[in-house]
Ligand binder design. Structure first.
Ligand SMILES: *Cc1c(COP(=O)(O)O)cnc(C)c1O
Length: 354
């Protein structure tokens, strides 16, 4: 069988969840499991994250997958519903909605009685300068006060545009958030993703929303998972399926972009962009064999890559780690001009899952 596997370490997921608890002991945890739990496989991750307070997903379809396996945790739809007819389905399944635009407010009020009968909170989103979703701070206060007067239990929420670094907009976002929070007090509040959980303990408030840190990847370009005390959850592995002796002047792979400067030994590994392995910057990339870094040569193909095993004692069938506990996904991402989040989410269905 072709060896191209994605293995999930449930204990690592649990220990990362405990890390969130340690960092934010007072807050409830909304574990973000959107995009198939950041590519890790929703169902396995739900079971491993049983100790969370709630789950967060991007849409109704993702939330329904949580109920499909009988999981009864609270669920927040972080972009709310996308149409009026999704509202009764959300309510029947006890999904809490985010309200980020006027239409959603109308849909909620039309379903006020049923929504409140389920005891659901309403998450109202402040646009504090990221300018994706939400109401501006000058209009949101009246909206929240109106919802409160109708008997809704509101959570003021926002998202940082630069939680991963020091940047002037951060202060402005916090300032606006606190201003609205004070004007609407008493109100529940939530503004921290993974990076913000580490950075601003004073902003944890009632709910924190960890995503990437649960999966053991870093939200920061300049801090490793070791420094953050996180454990990688996913191991992405393949195996050597052929070895070739090539001579100086010979080429490897499509486009003959790699030409050997000296005689060398290469190995072909059973992974490619068809599995979700990145193709763009293969020259800067390497894989791990027994903890040793082994460079890619030539282009990444759909089903295969070539690596330079000159001087190494490796054979056919030998396991190769594309990313995992030895070769960190954050480092593969950095070599490819992207972030760990993207590599994890864009894995294809082809690798065998364990
Ligand atoms: C995805 C998401 C998060 C989690 O972000 P991470 O950087 O992965 O921790 C938190 N809040 C919202 C609104 C999100 O969309």
């Amino acid at each position: 069988m072709r060896q191209a596997t994605v293995s999930i370490d449930r204990e690592a997921l649990q220990s990362n969840l405990n890390r969130v608890k340690q960092l934010a002991p007072q807050a409830k945890i909304v574990s973000m499991v959107k995009a198939n739990a950041y590519g890790h496989g929703l169902h396995d991750c739900l079971a491993a994250l049983n100790a969370t307070d709630a789950f967060g997903v991007a849409c109704l379809a993702e939330a329904l997958q949580i109920r499909d396996v009988g999981d009864q945790h609270d669920v927040t739809l972080i972009e709310g519903v996308f149409a009026l007819d999704e509202m009764p389905i959300a309510i029947a399944n006890r999904f809490e909605v985010v309200i980020h635009q006027q239409q959603q407010l109308d849909w909620l009020i039309q379903h006020q009685d049923a929504y409140q009968a389920q005891g659901l909170k309403v998450w109202v989103k402040l646009n504090s300068g990221m300018n994706r979703l939400g109401f501006k701070h000058l209009e949101i206060i009246a909206i929240i006060q109106d919802l409160q007067s109708r008997g809704f239990n509101c959570v003021l929420t926002m998202h940082f545009a630069n939680a991963d670094r020091d940047y002037p907009l951060n202060d402005l976002q916090v300032q606006q958030f606190l201003e609205v929070k004070t004007a609407c007090a008493p109100i529940l509040a939530s503004c921290c993703n993974s990076a913000a959980i580490y950075k601003w303990p004073e902003l944890h408030f009632d709910y924190v929303r960890p995503g990437i840190m649960l999966y053991g990847a870093s939200p920061f370009a300049d801090q490793s998972v070791d420094q953050l005390k996180l454990t990688p959850v996913m191991s992405f592995n393949a195996a050597i399926i052929a070895t070739n002796q090539i001579q100086a002047g010979e080429y490897v792979g499509y486009g003959s972009t790699f030409q050997a400067e000296h005689d060398m030994q290469i190995a072909i590994v059973s992974i490619g962009y068809g599995d979700g392995y990145p193709r763009a910057y293969s020259k800067q990339n390497y894989v791990s064999i027994n903890g040793q870094a082994v460079a890619l040569v030539g282009r990444v193909s759909m089903d295969m890559i070539a690596i330079d095993i000159t001087g190494l004692n490796v054979e056919i069938g030998q396991p190769v780690e594309l990313w995992g506990k030895q070769r960190l996904v954050d480092d593969v991402a950095a070599a490819n001009g992207t972030i760990g989040y993207e590599l994890l989410c864009r894995l294809s269905q082809r690798p065998q899952r364990y």
